[in-house]
Structures are given as C-alpha cells and as structure tokens.
Design a protein around this ligand. Sequence first.
Ligand code: FAD
Length: 348
Amino acid sequence: LRAIRYHPISSRIAATYRSLSTLVLAEHEGGSIKASSISAVEAAKSIGNENSVSLLLAGSGPSLKEAAEHAALCHPSISQVLVAESDNFTYPLAEPWAKLIHVVHQKGDYSHIIAASGSFGKNIVPRAAALLDISPVTDVTEISDSNIFVRPIYAGNALCTVRYTGSSPCMLTVRSTSFSVASTSADSNSKPASIDQVDLSNFSEDDAVGKSRYIKLSSQETERPDLGNARVVITGGRALKSAENFKMIEKLAEKLGAAVGATRAAVDAGYVPNDLQVGQTGKIVAPELYMAFGVSGAIQHIAGMRDAKVIVAVNKDADAPIFQVADYGLVGDLFEVIPELLEKLPDK
Ligand code: FAD
C-alpha cells in the first residue's frame, strides 16, 4: 500500500531552494564517524548533493580531532567538516546540540539538515526543528526528490510519500539501513574535505543548560558486530525460556560472526538487555541473513526486520506468522535444531 499524504500547506512560503546544501549531523566514537552517520551522508547525496555536504561534529578531547580527520576522508560527498569543540558537547544532549544546530544554520543557511534515525538523531532533531520553527520528516527510507520522501507508517505496513512544503531548512532523519554505503572511505583520488572550527561566540553557557543531564553510559563490551549494521543477525524469542538457554543463540552468533537480536518478549523476560531488541520499539535491521528462533512474528517485531534479504525462521508452530515473511522455514523445536546447527557448523 502506498499512500500519498501532504503536510498541511504552510502559510509561510513553501520551500524553494536556491541551491541544495546539506548539513549532516554526525555521531562519532573512538575517533571515527559512526557508520549510521556515513549513511546519512549517502542520503544527502541522493538529494542531489554530490560533493557539497557539510558534516557537523561536536565534542571535546583528542578523539574529536581524530574523528574530524576520519570525517574528512570517509565519504567523497563531504566537502566540509565543521567541528564544534566545547565541553558542552562531550555528551550528546538535545539542548546544547539543538542550539548548536541553530547557530550553525544561521551561518550556513542549509536547504537540508539530516541525521541518522538512531537514538542520537531522534533525540536531537525534534528539538532543533522546534528551535528553527519547522516540522521534521522522520524515518525516511527513500528520497524521490529534494522535497519528496518515503517513510513507513503503521509499523512498516504502509509506505507514505510525503511532500515537504514547509520553509527551509528541510530537516530529516533517515533510516541508515536504507542508505547503506558500499565502502566507508572516500575514493583515493578525491581530496579530503576541509576541516573548519565552528565559531561558538554566539553560544552562551545558558544554551547548554537544559532539563536533561548526562548521568552515565552503560554499554556491553562485545566483539560481535553492531546489531544495526551486521550482515548476519541471529534472534531469539520468548521460547528460549531463560537467560541461560539464550546463550545457545550467542554461541550460534559467534560461529557465524553474527550480531544477536531478541524479541521484546525475550527482553522483558530478562534474557538479554534491551539494546538487543529488534522491532518497532527496538532496532531496525536489514542484514543479508536474519535467523529467528522461537519468534512468533508479531507485527511489531516484523517492523524491525522485514527488510532483511534472507529470513530463516525456526518455530514449532507451523502456523506462526513469522513463516509468512520467511524465505526458509523449519517447523521444529529450537532446543533440537540449535544444538544440531552448533555441532555441524565449523568454528569461525
Ligand atoms: P511469543 O509471541 O510468545 O512467541 C514465541 C514463539 O515461539 C511462538 O510462536 C511459539 O510457537 C514458538 N516456540 C515455543 N517453543 C518453541 C520451541 N521449543 N521451538 C521453536 N519454537 C518455539 N516485539 C518485538 O519483538 N519488538 C518490538 O520492538 C516490539 N514493540 C512493541 C511495541 C508495542 C507498542 C507493542 C504493543 C508490542 C511490541 N512488541 C515488540 C511485542 C510483540 O507484540 C510480541 O509480543 C513479541 O514480539 C513476541 O515475542 P516472541 O515472538 O518472542 O514471543
């Protein structure tokens, strides 16, 4: 189903872009730009910004400099890396970031501002859009034109084509799985982007104070690939029955060099932490291979994995809805199937 819907016509002048110039809001970690932010640059390229994307990085400390150097080379469409260095941006809080975007946009007058649709973008973009007095278009999966975008609605059961008629800038969050980049480094012939410091003289300490406060980051140390970008994902559902049994899924993932995913029922039952949840209220994944064990295939789960290239499902109920989306289905008991797979698959 493809619906056409228009944003209410704004009484202000509809977006008429003199020229396209896009600002991408980037996340960095350990001195590198995150793959999801590079996908946002790829989205900027589909708008028509072949070589004129500005990337905004903020933070403090030596890793910011390394990230800026990585940014300058990570995608041929990036022409400028804007670096905002201040202790106010050490943590990605919405209040200081939104103000920063406002300050940077006043100078750059961008036609588009884009972020990946992860927790960073979902946190920052709405607040920045409110400051700029515009309505953002979220979760974009396809860009048809500089102001026509496709986004899923009803948990991914319908695709909605949206024409943005608001004033400039047009602000978007994009699903990184829909704008994947083949290689994350710029062509060796392309020249590195310029790195410029953002003038923060218009940014006062009051701008950094908001209602949210950084407390701590809890993350799991793992050698497994990141769930959002993994080529193979092995997911377990409620049927695993315990955290102890869920280790079978982890062992299988290790053998296949895969990321581990879980349904909300498995997360709620405490088998695994909630950052492994796949679905409407979890992560959206689009791996080459998605294997689901003991997953019923609820609509909210399917919303997060339906774009996987090959879906394999193992469920003891032949009528489980997961089989409607699976390319390969096996009606069987996961407590027999997984040990057999572990035995037959070679070690990685
Ligand atoms: P169940 O539905 O209980 O399914 C277990 C399956 O395992 C069954 O099909 C059963 O036949 C099979 N089974 C049992 N034993 C075995 C065995 N030994 N071997 C093989 N198969 C076996 N869910 C998500 O996953 N992600 C989300 O982001 C999400 N967001 C939600 C948002 C909202 C607003 C709501 C209301 C719900 C959301 N849910 C989400 C929950 C969702 O509706 C389902 O409840 C959940 O996905 C079910 O998880 P499950 O498949 O593990 O469990």
